[in-house]
Design a protein around this ligand. Structure first.
Ligand code: WT7
Length: 634
């Protein structure tokens, strides 16, 4: 049973039981799927009150060794990465594990030549190209802590993330490509650095030549990868299990984005184990996760999980609708993809274009389909299953979060029945609990707030530089429990149905956006007095961004200002934060003590006036009618 790849229902039950009865024994067993310099004897040592989490603390290992070097003897000639470029006419690239090793070593040597040392934070601002992956692995190799910032974030957002973790090094490319559009990555980094106060905000920048665009290089600071890379020996650093592996910024309900911190051993065991069981990966199969390495899905299930399992992982630079809406299925056919892992927002967008784009492609290589990032509506689920998978392929709907490191709730192929719209059952070691708003535990088939009661190896250890915020955010709402921020239903079969965020976070196209972040961006604009932002149901994106804005005295909300504000938010955060609607209003609904009643704003945005609830506590109850009248639906 140990390390079985196939896992049927009884095995799941038995293993799940073991994982709860003897978590240390269970996870120390699973830890054996990795190569350790020093095998751990310790399992989990943790508390949620106060929050202090460690796994395998006496072990040491290196995840680059596990993702790359350890395969050289057994499968050095097997394909590690298939790179599929944005433009299907451009030549792609395939890397064996041996070739991947050589590329990672070159990248690591270039980083060392710039002065990067163990423990240094390195910001990656990369397109979806092989060098994005090798830069992550090179950091892991030399013990540097990567902080990948999604290439779609603005220079302002990038600057904040460089500053927050005190990173002195950036790795980027001349430009990125997405749907034939060029993204000026290097120029964006320069603009970000100009935002920072210091005269010398960086010690070094490594630039990958990708499109060949002419860019400015700052003498002494900026280096072309191909000029300073070398093939010298570059051994993997010995890392303690609890040494940091990466920081990844994610939005919360308040304040600026949080640098979620993951460490080496627990994250490694969690991603390797979940990848194996969730995707039931078989040697030789081609696996494709369509995420970007700028998100946790890319970290765990494009890079670490698949490569630690010796899998073949597709790295796709493009978008689902370029050159046409059949691109995903072209890629599936071209590379004979067996396992596809994508997001409901992409499924809904493609579903809208009709079946022809799908059925005109072969897709017979597909064996298993995965969904991640947001609840998948049953209609999209059925289309994914019936049309994309031609009714042949099971779907794994995987619920998890940046903070959980890897999959937490899912059905397992061959072990469980699927229910469209339900993520399914807890993974090994995971103990979900539903509580009401007062923290009372709810049993049976019921709806409540989703908490996890016991630690698991892949759990985030802290928020970089702010452990107090870590405790506050996740462990203080329901003392002694990890609170996910999600609402959830449990049915009579014990299946979990995620209903969405219950905090002030909205999920736009599977990306988390803090309403507070968009609000702060809006009020930075000279003409804006106050702003309140809420989510509302959106056909394609899952949730859209709806903004209520009050303007400074004497200013009218014109069409021009509407456009200017949208552009302003894009500039401050990035295109993913672009408001869908901006409603200019003469006031925000506040209680007499000045608290904004977001419930009312949500209902108006949702076009759901029947259930506005009690509005009598508003300082100005007449405002509600004016809000309804001004509702935006452009
Ligand atoms: C939030 C986490 C998981 C990696 C990508 C997003 C929502 C995620 C599902 C799912 C319903 C889901 C939750 C969660 N979510 N997967 N299968 N079903 N909701 O990571 O940016 O940290 O966002 O995404 O609301 O809290 P993230």
């Amino acid at each position: 049973m140990k390390h079985a790849t196939h896992c049927v229902a009884e095995q799941y039950q038995e293993m799940y039981r073991q994982s709860l009865e003897d978590p240390d024994g269970f996870w120390l067993d699973q830890a054996e799927r990795l190569d350790w310099f020093k095998q751990p004897a310790l399992g989990g040592e943790w508390s949620f009150d106060p929050a202090s989490i460690s796994w395998f603390a006496d072990g040491s290992l290196n995840l680059c060794h596990n993702a790359v070097d350890r395969h050289l003897g057994t499968r050095g000639g097997d394909t590690a990465i298939i790179f599929e470029p944005d433009d299907p006419e451009t030549a792609g690239r395939t890397l064996t594990y041996r070739e991947l090793h050589a590329e990672v070593v070159r990248m690591a040597n270039a980083m060392k030549a710039m002065g990067v040392a163990k423990g240094d934070r390195v910001t990656l601002y990369m397109p979806m190209i092989i060098e994005g992956v090798t830069a992550m692995l090179a950091c892991a190799r030399i013990g540097a802590v990567h902080s990948v910032v999604f290439g779609g974030f603005s220079p302002e957002a990038l600057a904040g993330r460089i500053e927050d973790c005190g990173s002195r090094f950036v790795i980027t490319a001349d430009e990125g490509l997405r749907g034939s559009k060029r993204v000026p990555l290097k120029a964006n980094v320069d603009a970000a650095l100009a935002e920072l106060d210091h005269e010398t905000p960086l010690d070094g920048m490594l630039v990958v030549q990708h499109t060949g665009a002419a860019i400015e290089m700052t003498e002494g600071r900026d280096h072309w990868l191909h000029e300073i890379a070398s093939d010298n020996d570059c051994p993997c650093e010995v890392m303690a299990a609890e040494d940091p592996l990466f920081i990844l910024y994610t939005s919360g309900s308040t304040g600026k984005p949080k640098g979620v911190l993951h460490t080496t051993g627990g994250y490694g065991v969690w991603t390797a184990t979940t990848f194996n069981y969730v995707f039931d990966y078989q040697p030789g199969e081609v696996y494709w996760c369509t995420a970007d390495i700028g998100w946790v899905t890319g970290h765990s299930y494009i890079v670490y999980g698949p490569l630690m399992n010796g899998a073949t992982s597709v790295v796709f630079e493009g978008v689902p609708n370029y050159p046409d809406h059949g691109r995903f299925w072209d890629v599936v056919d071209k590379h004979k993809v067996n396992i596809l892992y994508t997001a409901p927002t992409a499924i809904r967008a493609l579903m809208r274009e009709g079946d022809e784009f799908v059925t005109s492609r072969d897709r017979s290589s597909l064996r298993l389909l995965g969904s991640v990032g947001e609840p998948i509506n049953p209609e999209a689920w059925r289309w994914y299953h019936d049309v994309v998978g031609a009714g042949r392929c099971p779907i794994v709907d995987t619920w998890w979060q940046t903070e959980t490191g890897g999959v937490m709730i899912t059905t397992l192929p061959a072990a469980h029945d699927m229910k469209p719209g339900s993520a399914g059952l807890p993974f090994f070691g995971i103990q979900p609990q539903l509580v009401d708003n007062d923290g009372a535990v709810l049993e049976g088939a019921v709806e409540g707030n989703l908490c996890i009661t016991a630690s698991w190896p892949g759990q985030a250890r802290s928020i970089y530089g702010d452990h107090e915020r870590f405790e506050q955010t996740y462990f203080s709402t329901y003392t002694g429990k990890y609170f996910t921020g999600d609402g959830c239903k449990r049915d009579e079969d014990g299946y979990y149905w995620i209903t969405g965020r219950v905090d002030d976070v909205i999920n736009v196209s599977g990306h988390r956006m803090g309403t507070a972040e968009v609000e702060s961006a809006l009020v930075l604009h000279d003409l804006v007095a106050e702003a309140a932002v809420v989510g509302y149901p959106h056909d394609i994106k899952g949730q859209g961004i709806y903004c209520y804005v009050t303007l400074n005295a004497g200013i009218d909300g014109s069409d021009e200002l509407y456009k200017a504000l949208r552009a302003h938010v894009r500039k401050e955060i990035g295109p993913i934060a672009t408001p869908d609607h901006i409603q200019f209003t003469d006031g925000l609904p506040k209680t007499r003590s000045g608290k904004i009643m977001r419930r009312i704003l949500r209902k108006v945005a949702e076009n759901d006036y029947g259930s506005l609830g009690d509005t009598s506590t508003l300082a100005d109850p007449s405002l509600v009618d004016r809000l309804i009248e001004g509702r935006q639906n452009r």
